[in-house]
Design a protein around this ligand. Sequence first.
Ligand SMILES: [Zn+2]
Length: 371
Amino acid sequence: MRNRAAKSQKRKVGLALGGGVARGLAHSAVSIVLFRVIPSILVISALAATSAACGGRATSVEEHKPPAKEEQKLEPTQEQPTTIPYTLQDLKESGELDTLLSIEENALNPGGNDHTELVKKVFEASYYEVTGYTSEEHNISIEIITEEAYKARVPDIPHLKNSSAFSFTLVNEKGAGYGVLLQGEGPTAQVLRGVAHEAGHIREVIFKEKERYEPDLICKDILYGFSEGIARQFESTIMRKIQEYIDINLLEFVDSGTNRSYIENKLKLDENRGREKITYLISWLAILDDPELKDLKRELETNKMLSVEQLLKLNDYFISIPERDRCDYINDRLSKLNMYLPRIHEIAKSRLIPDMYGKDGLNPRAGLLLP
Ligand SMILES: [Zn+2]
């Protein structure tokens, strides 16, 4: 764990520079190449939203296949390969997984209990089992802090000031690192989801093609929604991996009028909140419409949900779509929304169970909105 200490030190150096060096939302500007060219520059970039761009080039789906994992792997900063000290099976056997899921108080309680180490342990084991890499190998550092400390450290950007978590890229002469900063004063299971969500944003930055395009405003909004979708998918993937070790089905919800209207209202497109709608709709539309994803379609039609493996495949596939092609890809799918919407609602509603006692704290209803 000595590298964690080193990374923690590195992060402190970056954050000490505060909002002054935060490059707004320009996470796509940061790459491993960048810091090697200008090694003396220390850069911290918020990843909480995308500034990515979209050109107008038509895309063939073949171009979207994710590169092989070995080609994508970041160079670890340490000489020795990292190993994970505990698996989800270990955490299940030790009772720690059940403990975490039954905690009803906040993850961090100033003057009281602190469950943040347990949150990190469960996340790290899940990340390793989902991706095959430790979060250390991907240079991801996680800090869960009080609301007061968070407000003091978050860059001075309006939507970040009001957030409960953000992720950032930190680049210095030693290499690229990625940080997640979260407020711990929230329900423990939700804090765990927050870590997984931000890790999803980081994965996109690590693996997507580095390019610079200036999108028009409409495309910019679509790209923002798409990146949020990628992060939510990854969050969902982590939670479904954990589900393999617990007795709760995270995709079953109470069959209530509220949940039915929740699905209908969220899974549709409207003028005002297009960005948020794209976040969820694009996953369904891609699976049902993209011929490259026909294996996923088969699984979704049969099981009414995707397995962890297929969710990760979808995540990698989306990340591999170059930014300049994303708006065309999404607009093509959205143009067929009316055709697919009844089927999307049907599958989502098939997870509503009559007479069920919900455990929504673990999987807030967002789980209803993703395949
Ligand atoms: Zn996000």
